[in-house]
Design a protein around this ligand. Structure first.
Ligand code: SAM
Ligand code: SF4
Length: 314
């Protein structure tokens, strides 16, 4: 279905929890988020019902996210339920990778097609400092487990943060020489805990091209501008919501773990989907698509959303 700006909307990002086993400094407050009663969070059945309705509205690809989706009880049931929706073309999941050593194979078996693994640094001390509680080795073990489970064309998502990991750009790009992965550098967006971080923390994607002039441009994919080192097995992606805002090509809607449809990550507008079924549920999704904002205003001011990223689903 097309929104009021003529954009075809065919991609749903469904958050299955706002909880996380990490506390990344730019994403979540140190104390985490207050644990909500189970009834506040979409049940497995609601996740499947909303997804099926979204597919009837034209969605072809669903990404499960969070919080950390792998801490969600019932995640495999959600995957199986979504996989059983006949017209769904692709089921993807974004994870910090920490629990993939155990869960990569079951996720694959439950019908997950593709994984994105977030990895902001290759240095153990920095990893522990940024996540406030994570261990780099767990994420690396998760990447190996994903490959062993048969996930191909893994994407590693790295948020570029000035003064934190800009000196590791070369190390990340080097990974693509021998691995068939796409390393994607994502511009840090001012929201939640990082809404008012100093300007020097927010680096444009171009920083990567300046540091690695040998990168050769290849075809774009979705919102990612893509590059390759000559002879490399993998690729490099730049996702630049600030310096090259891609709102005009945005195909996404989001549903939060508490069942609110959001047309844009950065807007305040939300439509509650809970308690709706059948034609009513579809009508609410269609109206959310029609109300999708034309663009965000991150270049002028921090995000308008009062939620932190883990409470929306990044
Ligand atoms: N916990 C999972 C993970 O970390 O991959 C999934 C949820 S997390 C919110 C999804 C993605 O959003 C991660 O890659 C994370 O780095 C990114 N993210 C969080 N806050 C961000 C921000 N302010 N700007 C850009 N990316 C952000
Ligand atoms: Fe958790 Fe992902 Fe947010 Fe880090 S970025 S705190 S792993 S939800």
């Amino acid at each position: 279905m097309r929104d009021s700006c003529g954009r075809a909307i065919d991609y749903l990002r469904l958050s299955v929890t706002d909880l996380c086993n990490y506390r990344c400094r730019y994403c979540m407050p140190a104390e985490g988020v207050p644990k909500r009663p189970h009834r506040d969070i979409l049940s497995v059945e609601e996740c499947v019902e909303i997804s099926a309705a979204a597919v009837r509205c034209g969605v072809k690809k669903i990404r499960l996210t969070g919080g950390e989706p792998l801490v969600r009880r019932g995640l495999l049931d959600i995957c199986r339920g979504l996989r059983a929706i006949p017209e769904l073309e692709e089921l993807c999941l974004t994870t910090n990778g920490s629990l993939l050593a155990e869960l990569a194979a079951p996720l694959r078996k439950a019908g997950t097609d593709r994984l994105n693994i977030s990895l902001d640094t290759l240095r153990p001390d920095r990893f522990a400092a940024m996540t406030r509680r994570g261990h780099l080795e767990d994420a690396l073990a998760g990447i190996r487990a994903a490959e062993n489970a048969g996930f191909r064309n893994l994407k590693l998502d790295t948020v570029l943060i000035g003064g934190f990991n800009d000196d590791e750009i070369g190390d990340f790009v080097k990974l693509t020489a021998d691995h068939p992965w796409e390393v994607r550098f994502i511009e840090l967006m001012p929201m939640g805990p990082c809404a008012h971080w100093e300007k020097s923390r927010f680096l444009p994607g171009e920083t990567v091209l300046e540091k690695i002039p040998g990168l050769q441009q290849i075809e774009s994919q979705g919102v990612a501008r893509r590059y390759r080192l000559p002879g490399a097995k993998g690729t490099v992606g730049l996702i630049s919501p600030l310096s090259h805002d891609f709102c005009g090509q945005c195909r996404r809607i989001r549903v939060t773990a508490d069942g609110k449809l959001k047309g844009c990550l950065h807007s305040r507008e939300e439509i509650s989907l809970r308690g709706l079924h059948g034609a009513e549920l579809e009508a609410a999704i269609r109206s959310g698509i029609l109300q999708k904002p034309q663009r965000h205003y991150l270049t002028d001011r921090p995000s308008d959303t009062p939620r932190t990223m883990n409470q929306i689903g990044g």
